[in-house]
Write a protein that binds this ligand. Structure first.
Ligand code: NDP
Ligand code: 8X3
Length: 256
């Protein structure tokens, strides 16, 4: 198992859900935790928790991954001791709406494409430059089962996660010949703020998504991310797909 003690792990979208759990899991391994999201107050609270419960070194900054100039500025402007990023977890992402394509909102489409595809590309490009210079690193993208199976009204969200899958595979091809590893972790239903965001804050509708079944929790996904990152350097896990036991496909769930 590869030690990540004192290595820098950068988690995007660490203010909630899978990103937050992933930051905490790496902190438990003694890694130094670099985090970003738009809600800096939450990052502040998480940083204090990781410092007190895991004695982790932390550094965070407010960032909207859709803003390319801000991404470049934030990565270039990191304090020198936070620059040698060992593992990048591209987790920041969201779904908006669950509408059949003809009735979909263009603003929702753009938000998903700008965040899940373009934001992931901006952050990856900015961080990869240093990884290539140092000749080491690991990029782990959070995809989705929605990037493997399209479901009704999933249209643009699914497309954005199919893109994450293609970009993960493309990057692995383009980095062949370097020691940098590229992986994808693709979860099924995980209970986070995901559905609340998808349904624009409608908590009742969001709650119904997980009713009658046991969904995955953010820690289940953090486990898999940590597993990918801690394989020996000659092992590159290409992808891990994880479903709740009650979910057999994006369209078949057992609600008891
Ligand atoms: P949450 O809504 O709980 O967390 C999403 C995180 O992404 C938040 O920290 C949010 O931070 C951040 N984020 C969103 N937009 C931006 C942005 N423009 N710039 C920076 N950060 C941003 O959902 P999850 O934890 O479930 O989602 C994490 C990832 O997992 C996403 O990529 C999602 O697509 C994927 N996923 C989720 C599944 C699920 O069922 N929950 C299943 C499969 C994949 P803030 O709002 O503070 O900016
Ligand atoms: C999140 C899982 O099935 O709601 O990516 O699209 S799903």
């Amino acid at each position: 198992m590869l030690s990540l003690k004192d290595k820098i792990v950068f988690v995007t979208g660490a203010s909630s859900g899978i990103g937050r759990a992933t930051a905490e899991a790496f902190a438990g391994l003694g890694a130094r935790i670099l985090m970003c999201a738009r809600r800096a107050d939450r990052l502040e609270a998480l940083a204090r928790k990781l410092e007190s419960e895991h004695r982790a070194a932390t550094h965070y900054f407010r960032l909207d991954v859709r803003d390319r100039a801000a991404v470049d500025r934030a990565v270039a402007g990191l304090p020198p001791e936070w620059r040698p990023i060992e593992v990048l977890v591209n987790n920041a992402g969201l779904s908006r709406g669950l509408d059949k394509l003809p009735g979909g909102l263009v603003e929702d489409w753009e938000e998903m494409i700008d965040t899940n595809i373009k934001g992931l590309l901006y952050v990856t490009r900015a961080v990869l430059a240093g990884m290539l210079e140092r000749g080491r690193g690991h990029v782990i993208n959070i995809g989705s089962v929605a990037g493997r199976e399209v479901y009704p009204a999933g249209n643009v969200y699914c497309a954005s996660k199919f893109a994450v899958r293609a970009l993960t595979r493309g990057l692995r091809l383009d980095l062949n010949g370097t020691p940098i590893r590229v992986s994808e972790v693709a979860p099924g239903m995980v209970e986070t703020e995901f559905s609340l965001v998808r349904f624009h804050g409608d908590a009742e509708r969001a709650g119904r998504v997980y009713q009658g079944l046991t969904p995955l929790g953010p820690d289940d996904i953090a486990d898999a991310v940590v597993w990918c990152a801690t394989r020996p350097a000659h092992v590159n896990v290409s992808d891990v797909v994880i479903w709740p036991t009650a979910q057999a496909s994006t369209t078949l769930t057992n609600r008891g």
